[in-house]
Design a protein around this ligand. Structure first.
Ligand code: SF4
Length: 329
């Protein structure tokens, strides 16, 4: 098992398949993009599958989430999903995506064994989308969501980040729209993981504020309090249910004490936390001929060093050198 020194066990593996993205969301990267990892530095599909197999078959991983950058840009994605679905015991397999390309790929990915998707959508307004993401692709995201739903990748979850003065007025319309479509909306507090290092606490719309905005239009009651476990979202029944909304207070309501996540970057580094400042290089070890036993031992040791929490409130907090797009959400 992947147990840290605080007794937490990592069972949820987030695997970034690329650091590239076809959007340029302001809270993630500059309009001109970033210096992408050279292809030779990316794990090959075989290397990804080898490490995921090790995680699932030997280290107790039960959930695999493919992410990026934008994972739909990775050509071998369906093949990687199919090989993941063939593992014993079969893990839950999900995808975090911006939705562009999902209209075409949702069916093949569902056929390959993908169980569900989280799609990022911060606005219902195409003009705001274009301003936020520097690309005119709102319609593609909406079409991707519909395709995911048709393909049975349910519950279709929508992730939204509210930004002060940009889209906070859309909290209620976004929830109303998701309820109409049958999607499960989760608001996520903006975290200090942007490449430009522009995040400020003041510009972040907090979980309290989000709940305040929603409560003006909906009756929210806490749901599944005792069943939350390691889930990052606090879930609320909307107007008595059964529909729900989630609020992920990553910064102001941290859930690190129950964290069960571990990450593998597209260039083969184990990160024991989103905010980790050190990594463990499984790719170099693998390419130097390490055995599965040796890789497993490295992975265990990396998780063993996990800190108690992200420490954003600590005066000594340092934003990781890697931006979110190169870590994997
Ligand atoms: S900040 Fe790190 S420890 Fe806290 S929940 Fe996220 S990954 Fe886990």
């Amino acid at each position: 098992m992947l147990r840290d020194s605080f007794g937490r066990v990592a069972t949820d593996l987030r695997v970034s398949l690329t650091d590239k993205c076809n959007l340029r969301c302001t809270y993630c990267m500059p309009p001109e993009g970033l210096d992408w990892l050279p292809n030779a530095q990316l794990l090959t599909a075989d290397e990804v599958v080898r490490l995921v197999s090790l995680g699932v078959e030997r280290l107790g991983i039960t959930e695999v989430r493919y992410t990026g950058g934008e994972p739909l840009l990775r050509r071998e994605l369906a093949d990687i999903v199919a090989r993941t679905a063939a593992l014993e015991p079969r893990p839950q397999i999900s995808l975090t995506t911006n939705g562009i390309g999902l209209a075409r790929l949702a069916g093949p990915l569902a056929d390959a064994g993908l169980d569900r998707v989280n799609v990022s959508l911060d606005t219902l307004d195409p003009a705001t989308f274009k301003r936020l993401a520097h690309r005119d692709r709102h319609a593609d995201v909406i079409a991707g969501l519909a395709a995911a739903d048709r393909a049975g990748l349910r519950p279709v979850k929508v992730n939204a980040v509210l930004m002060r003065g940009v889209n906070e007025h859309e909290a209620v319309p976004l929830l109303r729209w998701c309820l109409e479509q049958g999607y499960e909306l989760r608001f996520i507090e903006q975290m200090p993981l942007d490449a430009q290092h522009r995040w400020t606490r003041e510009s972040m719309v907090t979980a309290d504020e989000i709940l305040g905005l929603l409560s003006e239009a909906f009756d929210l009651t806490p749901d599944d309090l005792e069943e939350r476990g390691s889930a990052p979202a606090e879930r609320f029944l909307v107007d008595g249910g059964p529909a729900r909304v989630g609020v992920i207070g990553s910064v102001t309501r941290p859930f690190c004490g129950a964290c069960d996540r571990v990450r593998l970057t597209a260039d083969g580094q184990v990160r024991n936390c989103l905010f980790a400042t050190e990594e463990s290089d499984l790719k170099a070890a693998m390419r130097a001929g390490a055995t599965d036993d040796e890789l497993a031992e490295r992975w265990r040791a990396a998780v063993g060093r996990k800190r108690a929490g992200h420490g954003i409130d600590d005066p000594s907090f340092l934003q990781p050198a890697r931006p979110m797009s190169a870590i994997g959400g």
